[in-house]
Design a protein around this ligand. Structure first.
Ligand code: GLN
Length: 507
């Protein structure tokens, strides 16, 4: 274990806490100190409750002293995307409309982490209602990429990825509706997993698009992600789409990393023109590594993936327009214009006008239009048919190969402000990640190096069949081991010290 506790992995911290080499209070305090030092530059968090975290840590330490059995991640700090409820802590979803709302209940993901003894540090920043690819749509200001503070940390879960990359937390929870765990992982050099749809519970997750949303782990190592995955996954009767099946052995797969004999398919449609040269190069090299480790690599065609993005941008706004209808100033958070002279309907209108940002309004309008009678069949209905075709492409591909791979994102982290006024350019970030949300299969992003042209992280996406999440970890662990040998340590060790970056910005 590293002398600086914040540089240790979650697995190392858990075993050091269990053996008494360190305490959860010490570990938690080290991360709170790190946050105090780097948050002014990174802004990964919207809400931190150090006192509550230290109290939870002290309980784990007391349990250990009493000889009570500890879970595999007991005492380890974690950051929670601010779209999942944690009773007593504000949940804003990055929106003004929910300002001041304190949920009275825990999301299932939150509850399982608390029951396992994980220590929740706080809530992380995100694009408003998880709509975006840069965290710039947060009503509370953007998060900065720890690799380069003038760059985006990805989105919508930029806060969770940045917290992990900046050593503010060894673990974080994200949610992935179109790529919001994988794309931020890709651009911050971290590991991000979107479990099979129904593999983790959506109870207590403020819904963006219910048929696409899925919570999952963010971490610096493949094993850490697997350990967290195991804590949060599994059947939940409170979520009607939760799958009642055993959780795949992701920890075993992460420890093994054996890809001998595995068949890996490169998706022809996810590459080539429009992809940054450094992204293509690192992707190819990583695939060669897998092949040198004994995997069989073939090219696979998924012809309908080219229509996934337009289909997603009809399905998602349609579901979002319905899900967000409840934020009307009557039940949660903000209420605007209620001066005693206005009707309820006027107050609802003023609240939504004042409470929602531009991207949220754009999608509500799009979705309402797509669902309106007369257009339903032409837009929403058509998009659902495309969704079926994308799912069939996956089924055909998985009949021939064990996993599919592609770059996670077409480019590395772009500059803050660069795409904020161009929704289509922003949407194109999710070209590779969206198909797995439409089909509901498992998918992940793993760091595979730095693009030579800008020195920023590149991610490789691995896609596996539903309930075969363990295959993601097998491939991820194989890559991690082989590449770290090449790099002489973790990729994040090559990131500039944040102190240097902060000085650079000040100058
Ligand atoms: N960037 C995508 C979007 O804006 C993904 C969002 C997500 O996964 N929450 O919709």
């Amino acid at each position: 274990m590293s002398a600086d506790l914040t540089r240790s992995t979650a697995a190392e911290l858990a075993s050091a806490i269990a053996s008494g080499e360190t305490s959860s209070v010490e570990v938690t305090q080290a991360h709170l100190d790190r946050m105090a030092a780097v948050e002014p530059a990174v802004h990964a968090f919207l809400h931190v409750d150090g006192e509550r975290a230290l109290a939870a840590a002290a309980r784990v330490d007391a349990d250990r002293a009493d000889g009570k059995p500890l879970g595999p991640l007991a005492g380890v700090p974690v950051a929670l995307k601010d779209v999942l409820t944690y009773a007593g802590a504000p949940t804003t979803c990055g929106s003004r409309v929910l300002e001041g709302w304190v949920p009275p209940y825990d999301a299932t993901v939150t509850r399982r982490m608390l029951d396992a003894g994980l220590v929740i540090l706080g809530k992380t920043n995100l694009d408003e209602f998880a709509m975006g690819s840069s965290t710039e749509n947060s009503a509370y200001g953007p998060t900065h990429n720890p690799w380069a503070l003038d760059r985006i940390p990805g989105g919508s879960g930029g806060g969770s990825a940045a917290a992990v990359a900046a050593y503010e937390a060894p673990l974080a929870i994200g949610t992935d509706t179109g790529g919001s765990i994988r794309q931020p992982a890709s651009v911050t050099g971290t590991v991000g997993i979107k479990p099979t749809y129904g593999g983790t519970s959506r109870y207590g997750l403020v819904a963006l698009a219910s048929s696409l949303d899925q919570p999952g782990p963010c971490a610096r190592t493949v094993l850490d992600a697997a350990l967290l995955h195991t804590v949060i996954a599994g059947h939940d009767p409170l979520d009607s789409t939760s799958i009642d099946a055993p959780v795949p052995d992701v920890v075993g797969a992460a420890r093994s990393g054996d890809v001998r004999g595995m068949k890996i398919g490169i998706v022809r449609e996810l590459g080539g023109e429009g992809y940054a040269p450094g992204v293509e190069q690192r992707f190819r090299e990583a695939v060669e590594v897998l092949s040198s480790l004994g995997a069989e690599v073939v090219e696979v065609s998924c012809p309908h993936f080219s229509y996934a993005l337009p289909a997603y941008y009809l399905v998602l706004p349609s579901e979002a327009s319905s899900n967000l209808a409840k934020f009307d100033g009557m039940r949660f958070g903000l209420r605007a214009g209620d001066d005693g002279t206005r009707s309820a309907e006027e107050v609802m209108g003023l609240t939504r006008e004042a409470g929602f940002g531009a991207e949220v309004k754009r999608r509500i309008i799009l979705g309402t239009y797509a669902l309106s009678s007369g257009y339903y069949d032409a837009y929403y209905g058509q998009a659902q048919k495309v969704r079926t075709l994308v799912t069939r492409d996956f089924e055909a591909a998985f009949a021939a190969v064990d996993v599919l791979v592609s770059p996670s994102t077409p480019t590395t982290a772009f500059r803050l402000g660069e795409k904020v006024d161009d929704p289509i350019a922003m949407y194109l970030n999710d070209l590779c990640t969206i198909p797995s949300n439409l089909a509901g299969n498992a998918s992940a992003s793993f760091p595979v190096g730095l693009a030579p042209e800008d020195g920023l992280p590149v991610g490789l996406q691995v896609m596996a069949p539903p309930l075969a999440d363990d295959r993601l970890y097998r491939v991820g662990a194989a890559l991690e081991r082989a590449l770290q040998e090449r790099w002489g340590g973790p990729l994040l060790a090559q990131a500039p010290e944040l102190a240097t970056l902060v000085e650079g910005v000040a100058r």
